[in-house]
Unconditional design. Structure first.
Length: 155
């Protein structure tokens, strides 16, 4: 088994929703790549809640799997005022509607999904620091029947 670095991964956004929540629906969208990404953070995945119950007759705790969240993600980028992707992030931040997100890795494939773009702080640092910004994504389900996350293997 081989492991891979994140080198070559592209982070892209679209303000549009796909017609269908599958590879064809997402790949039909016009995505804009976000430039100067230095850290992608945690990619979306189902994380279930633990539901606990303690029966007072036997004191033991029973557990079950409850609902899930797709999580949140914080992405670090170097601030580039001329970057079209960062400009689209600024457009999506005040919107109540989720954007379509794409992460394309040259060996691990592509992940598509829908997320609210929450914005995030800017950090100008000191004389020896690149000015950066944090972009927070809150991943959201697309309906009560599907979460909208699509994994497409690399060719």
């Amino acid at each position: 088994m081989a492991v891979s670095t994140s080198a070559g991964t592209k982070f892209s956004v679209s303000a549009a929703a796909p017609a269908t929540y599958n590879e064809a629906g997402y790949s039909a969208l016009a995505f804009t790549e976000v430039g100067e990404v230095s850290d992608l953070g945690d990619l979306p995945e189902r994380v279930y809640e633990v539901v606990s119950w303690r029966n007072i007759a036997n004191r033991g705790e029973s557990k079950a799997k409850g609902g899930y969240t797709l999580g949140s993600q914080t992405i670090t980028v170097g601030i580039d005022p001329d970057d079209a992707g960062q400009a689209l992030i600024d457009t999506l931040t005040p919107s109540d509607d989720p954007g379509s997100i794409s992460f394309e890795h040259p060996k691990l494939g592509t992940i598509y999904g829908r997320a609210l773009v929450m914005g995030g702080p800017r950090n100008y640092g000191d004389v020896n620091t690149i000015a950066t910004r944090q972009i927070t994504l809150e991943w959201t389900i697309v309906s009560q029947d599907e979460d909208g996350i699509v994994y497409v293997p690399a060719d």
